[in-house]
Each structure stands twice: as C-alpha cells, then as structure tokens.
Write a protein that binds this ligand. Sequence first.
Ligand SMILES: [Zn+2]
Length: 142
Amino acid sequence: MVEGWFTGEGDGFRLLGTRCSACASVFFPREDTHCRNPGCPGGELEEVPLSPRGRVWSYTDSQYRPPSPYVTDPELPWRPYALVAVELEAERLVVLGQAVPGVTVGDLAVGMEVEVVPGVLHEDAETVRTTWQWRPVRGRAV
Ligand SMILES: [Zn+2]
C-alpha cells in the first residue's frame, strides 16, 4: 500500500510525491495518472522527493483502534499514537502521518517544526514494514 511513497534511509529518508510539469502542482500521495488540478490542461507527472521538514498544521490523539481497514489484525496490540498533519510550505501540501513513538499530543504545538523519519508500521517474525513518521525538530537551528 505504501510502495513508492518514500525513499532512502536515515537522514536521506524522503517522502515521494509527483509534480505536474504543466502547473507545478505537487501531489502526495503520488498521482501517476493525471494532474488533479482542475484548471490545468494536464502535464507529465514526474516523481519528486518532498521537503524533509514541515510545520505542524493540526494534530489529534488516536487513543482508540481505528476502524477497518486501517488495522487488519484485531489480535495485534493497539498502541495509541499522535496523528499529525504537517504543512510542507514549498509544496503547499499537508501530509498526514503518525508522530514518532513516545511523542504525544502534549509534546506538539501548531507551527512546530517537524522532520520526516522512517518508522515501523508493522513488524512480525519475517518482515518489518516501514512507514514515515514525524519527529519534532528539537534544539536545532531552523
Ligand atoms: Zn497540472
């Protein structure tokens, strides 16, 4: 489900979107079929890495197990997490994602700078599935 939505590891981890060559709109999740800008005549959609940092636009606490289809295995333990909507200024996009483990809504504020990092979506004996998470940028120059 998240194939092709991100690339790289560690500091090189980036979300991948697509950009329309005609109107320069950027899409995430990636749009590979046609430009979704209603005023655009349509252009080529090319893959682009998104900005690694953005600012918290909104956030919410997800204390409850989300409804299907988000959790497929009801036997898995459900861990609460903070869900963050992050505005990427350059792309004029808002990207949803989980906060990194250990970060709660009490640690977040609208306008706070966060960076995208790889995180574990699901882990079992054979596979670790990676997703993206948002981590507050602490104690670093903006
Ligand atoms: Zn376009």
